[in-house]
Ligand binder design. Structure first.
Ligand code: ME8
Length: 555
């Protein structure tokens, strides 16, 4: 059994607005992964923190200027506005069945009281130093304008058209440049550190000489403008606050920087969107190097959701917000939504399209026609031919099926090698969840290993035709029918374990109906041992249950 803890994080989200598909997607993928990891380790439920071997963190990033701005637009103070929106994120994630172990808000004392400590350490080591920042300043907007933008606008304000002024102010810098070589080497030598590979190449390209890393500003001035007063102060300097991105990155550490949780560091995986790769794959590891902290195992930058073939935008009317996601959950069930997001998302490849037609197709193909239909076919046959009591896995030669023109004479046991197929499915899961030192991070692919087993059961039914076998009354046929149905049901049980991290509503219902709820503390490999200790027992009630997933029309 794996003992190395698995600490998994999502980005912490800005609270200027409400959650949308992007936030929900990242957090859902992390949830499915955390559930797989718990199952893998035999930790079925989120456990008390001091015992948990899997720890899944999400949260909100609150000290951004845009939070102050949107708060003001809503006639609220930043803390009040952050409270309202952070509560929306908590509620949204709960409504999607997400079981995070903790939720960090950067305005909480447990975070903001620790940040100055890290900054002080970096000042003491000389990695953060006080310097001067010079740039083009738009006095009307009270903001610096990047050199290229200033040039494009003839060094005038885009808004007021007044000339920009060259301004210099005190600023704290982090010696990022000092870490270029170590970072480059670390990413070269650890292919799993930045994933997927396209993202790794992107980062390497920007670290490889002649590319040059410069020191970066890590503070912003505090003035009389209330907008500049929201945030964590630089230790010993009330006139400066820590730049929101630096404040935010530290969340991954503050949450576990307690005596009981220290054992969770370093994080196994920081799951993020590709938009924030540079901060996570370069700046964050450099800060950790400077603090002499061990580095996380993997930074995984997923791609982008688009909608109906176009970039999502509120004005285009194709924006997938939380309400839209809830509409899908209401129509296709929470499992339908979780399944679509987890298996069809833009994880490793290019961007993914949230299209209604595709959603319906995936729901019908995978859930209604495969999982739902197969479970109900098998349950119905056990009900019809054996009164709802699971028959034994008799060893028989399968008789020829003249009705089907088939001449299958192999022993039934070798027709499909369920033990081997189940083991293969477990291997697929291990590979895709990065178990046992592997590097994979693809919970959607792990789920598909469960769906594949269901398709094997369907094919097996097609081949053995139990409904035809049932018409014969000889002893051999009866035993064959028993064996076929036992094998179908037991394989569906194994598949259900692998499907359960996404299908959190209906799989527990199936377990209830079939009396095969996995006992707490059992590992995925043990649960998925076909015919093993947790196998369905002959005589067990495997009757006709409620239909798990109804077929949906395209509307
Ligand atoms: O960047 N498709 O927060 P944020 C997929 N606070 N994922 C998307 C997406 C889309 N169309 N849009 C957003 C921040 N995301 C900072 C992070 S971490 C220390 C600080 C997801 O609220 C994706 O994971 O802008 C992206 O990285 C995140 O939302 C950005 O959320």
């Amino acid at each position: 059994m794996t003992t190395q803890p698995y600490y998994l994080t999502t980005p912490i989200y800005y609270v200027n607005d409400r959650p949308h598909i992007g936030h929900c997607y990242t957090t859902l993928v992390a949830d499915v992964m955390a559930r797989f990891q718990r199952l893998w380790r035999g930790q079925t439920q989120p456990a008390p923190t001091d015992q948990a071997s899997v720890f899944f963190l999400t949260g909100t990033d609150e000290h951004a200027d845009k939070v102050v701005k949107s708060a003001a637009e809503h006639g609220k103070g930043p803390q009040e506005w952050a409270d309202i929106n952070a509560a929306e994120f908590v509620k949204a994630f709960a409504s999607l069945g997400i079981a995070n172990d903790d939720f960090i808000r950067t305005s909480e004392p447990r975070h903001k009281d620790k940040v100055p400590g890290y900054i002080s350490r970096l000042m003491a080591s000389g990695d953060i130093y006080k310097g001067e920042y010079t740039g083009w300043y738009d006095e009307g907007q009270e903001a610096y304008v990047p050199e290229n933008e200033a040039r494009e606008n003839d060094y005038k304000s885009k808004i007021s058209k007044k000339p920009l002024v060259k301004r210099t102010e005190a600023c704290y810098f982090f010696r990022l440049g000092k870490y270029q070589q170590r970072l480059h080497q670390h990413i070269e030598q650890n292919p799993g550190f930045v994933q997927p590979d396209a993202r790794r190449q992107e980062v390497l390209g920007r670290l490889r000489p002649p590319a040059e890393l410069f020191d970066i500003p890590v503070s912003r001035p505090v003035t009389n403008d209330p907008a500049t007063q929201w945030g964590v102060r630089v230790p010993g300097d009330e006139a400066n606050r820590v730049y929101v991105w630096i404040d935010a990155l530290f969340n991954y550490l503050t949450v576990v920087d307690t005596p009981e949780r220290r054992r969770l560091w370093p994080a196994a995986v920081h799951l993020i969107g590709k938009d924030i790769l540079w901060f996570h794959a370069v700046i964050w590891p450099a800060l950790l190097m400077a603090l002499n902290e061990p580095l996380p195992g993997t930074i995984f930058g997923h791609g982008w959701w688009i909608s109906e073939g176009e970039k999502m935008s509120k004005s285009m009317g194709n924006f997938i917000d939380l309400e839209k996601l809830h509409e899908y959950a209401a129509k296709f069930g929470l499992d339908g939504l979780r399944w679509f997001l987890a298996t069809q998302g833009p994880l490793s490849g290019s961007d993914a399209d949230f299209s209604h037609a595709r959603f319906v197709e995936v729901y019908n193909t995978d859930l209604a026609n495969a999982v739902g239909n197969c479970v109900s076919r098998v349950g119905n046959m056990v009900e019809k031919y054996f009164g709802g009591s699971l028959p034994a896995n008799e060893t028989v030669e399968l008789v020829a099926d003249p009705a089907a023109g088939a001449t299958i004479m192999q022993p039934l046991a070798t027709l499909y090698d369920w033990k081997r197929l189940s083991q293969e499915a477990v291997g697929e899961v291990a590979k895709n969840i990065g178990a046992d030192g592997q590097q994979g991070f693809d919970p959607g692919a792990a789920l598909l290993a469960g769906a594949k087993l269901v398709r094997h059961v369907d094919a097996f039914i097609g081949l053995t035709r139990p409904f035809t076998v049932a018409k014969r009354t000889d002893d051999q046929s009866k035993r064959a029918l028993a064996a076929i149905l036992y094998q179908c049901a037991e394989t569906l049980r194994v598949a259900s374990v692998i499907l359960s991290p996404a299908l959190t509503t209906k799989i527990p219902q199936l377990w209830q109906a079939w009396g095969c709820q996995p006992p707490a503390g059992t590992t995925l490999a043990n649960l998925c041992e076909w015919g093993g200790h947790h196998a369905l027992k002959p005589g067990q009630k495997v009757g006709k249950g409620e239909i798990l997933y109804m077929r949906a029309d395209g509307a």
